[in-house]
Design a protein around this ligand. Structure first.
Ligand SMILES: Cc1cc2nc3c(=O)[nH]c(=O)nc-3n(C[C@H](O)[C@H](O)[C@H](O)COP(=O)(O)O)c2cc1C
Length: 164
């Protein structure tokens, strides 16, 4: 029996994930990036993470060809930033405080956590790529901010669950 794309999307969309924004510099010096829930840690030795950009995304070539890219983990109050980086054909960096990681990739200030990655591998994942980065730098500010969570097309802060 064939599974419909709608059922597939509905099903995987019922699985709550965190939310990231991946950024890099394009060859012309422009900052490119996208919001992605498809993010995972992969390996401890070496330190590897992955994110999966759609092959038809405008920023696909720039992200997958960059030597270094940045992955920002978003906090519960950063829903607007997630939507900003999920829109095409707009200046995604408008209104943002941008900085650079130690290896020169574009860093958005004020996120829950920041990982600067060196391109490690790019695998085929159907209509997406599987971009694996070696983590070369991390910033994890000590805050009690909740992470941003995505589920069923909705974004919101992770609800606090008090221990019994
Ligand atoms: C919460 C959320 C999660 C997303 N996750 C992904 C993802 O994992 N991979 C992906 O390719 N697009 C994902 N998208 C869609 C992209 O962010 C969006 O299509 C983006 O505009 C693509 O970049 P482009 O403007 O360069 O085409 C997500 C969007 C949202 C709002």
């Amino acid at each position: 029996m064939t599974v419909s794309k709608d059922l597939f999307k509905q099903t995987v969309g019922s699985f709550p994930t965190g939310v990231t924004v991946t950024t890099a510099y394009a060859a012309d010096g422009q900052v490119v990036g996208m919001t992605a829930s498809a993010f995972s840690s992969v390996s401890l030795d070496p330190l590897l993470v992955l994110m999966c950009p759609a092959k038809d995304a405008e920023c696909y070539s720039a992200l997958t060809e960059a030597d270094y890219f940045s992955i920002h983990l978003l906090a519960g109050d950063q829903g607007p930033l997630a939507w900003q980086f999920a829109k095409s054909d707009v200046d995604k960096t408008q209104g943002l405080s941008l900085d650079k990681g130690p290896n020169g990739s574009p860093k958005i200030q004020g996120c829950l956590a920041y990982l600067e990655c060196r391109h490690h591998a790019l695998y085929d994942g159907g209509d997406h790529g599987i971009l694996v980065g070696e983590v070369r730098h991390i910033e994890l500010p000590e805050t009690d901010r909740e992470p941003l969570v995505y589920c069923k097309s909705t974004l919101g802060p992770l609800p606090r669950i008090d221990a019994q």
